[in-house]
Design a binder for this molecule. Structure first.
Ligand SMILES: [Mg+2]
Length: 235
């Protein structure tokens, strides 16, 4: 039995997309490495992982310094900067970036997380409004359209379209507006403590952390898997 319940006044359940409902398949670094090799750029997976993490973190620091304000251009620039850093010194950088951009725009490059489809349809039957809320760009629409298991999640809130990214209060205000209810009636679920869980709570939403490795400290409301959403009904 889980130690939490879906709050009884919940009307909407909104999910983070990446590593909550969908995952890259094959993994990001495998795709980066194969793309690089096709262009004569041989960088080890270990080095790529390290560079990717550093670049991802430093791009987040840029956004944090800007108050989390973003745009379609900024979201594209973020990935350009990350790819540039991962493939530093490789002459075919522009071609590699173009290939990676279009690879990750396709739904076939993603898979729906285990049990996500069953959980979404089960929650839809119980009458919850469901949606995706992601720090990403407009590619998310084509990706989600192509993954039929996500179809019960009718709402989509994408940072490049909102103009703000998680964890900004403006992003979560856009989530609440899309859900057409009060902030406290929205349950937000994601895999990141800072952007998803803390951001949602600071904006007055309810939140659950998807925490399969049980890393969260006590006091954080967590689930080990999405399936727990079906076994813990409203109190
Ligand atoms: Mg995520």
């Amino acid at each position: 039995m889980a130690d939490w319940q879906i709050p009884p006044n919940t009307r909407a359940i909104i999910f983070d997309a990446f590593d909550t409902l969908i995952e890259p398949d094959p993994p990001v670094i495998d795709v980066y490495r194969q793309t690089g090799l096709r262009h004569g750029c041989d960088i080890s997976s270990e080095k790529m992982v390290r560079r990717f993490r550093e670049a991802f973190r430093s791009e987040e620091q840029v956004d944090a310094a800007g108050g989390w304000k973003v745009s379609e251009e900024r979201e594209r620039e973020r990935w350009k900067n990350i790819v540039s850093r991962v493939f530093g010194g490789c002459p075919a950088l522009d071609a590699i970036f173009a290939e990676l951009w279009s690879h990750f725009a396709q739904s076939a490059s993603w898979r729906v997380a285990e049990s996500a489809g069953v959980v979404l349809s089960g929650l839809a039957i119980r009458g919850f409004v469901l949606g995706l809320a992601s720090n990403f760009d407009r590619r998310l629409h084509a990706i989600a359209d192509g993954l039929t298991a996500l179809s019960p999640a009718r709402l989509r809130i994408v940072s490049s379209e909102v103009g703000w990214r998680k964890p900004s209060p403006q992003f979560f205000a856009a989530v609440v507006t899309a859900a057409k209810c009060e902030a406290r009636q929205v349950l937000f679920i994601g895999d990141r403590r800072d952007t998803d869980y803390d951001g949602a709570i600071a904006a007055g939403l309810r939140a659950l952390l998807l925490d399969p490795d049980m890393k969260a400290p006590s006091g954080v409301r967590r689930i080990g898997s999405l399936k727990e959403l079906l076994t813990s009904g409203p109190v």
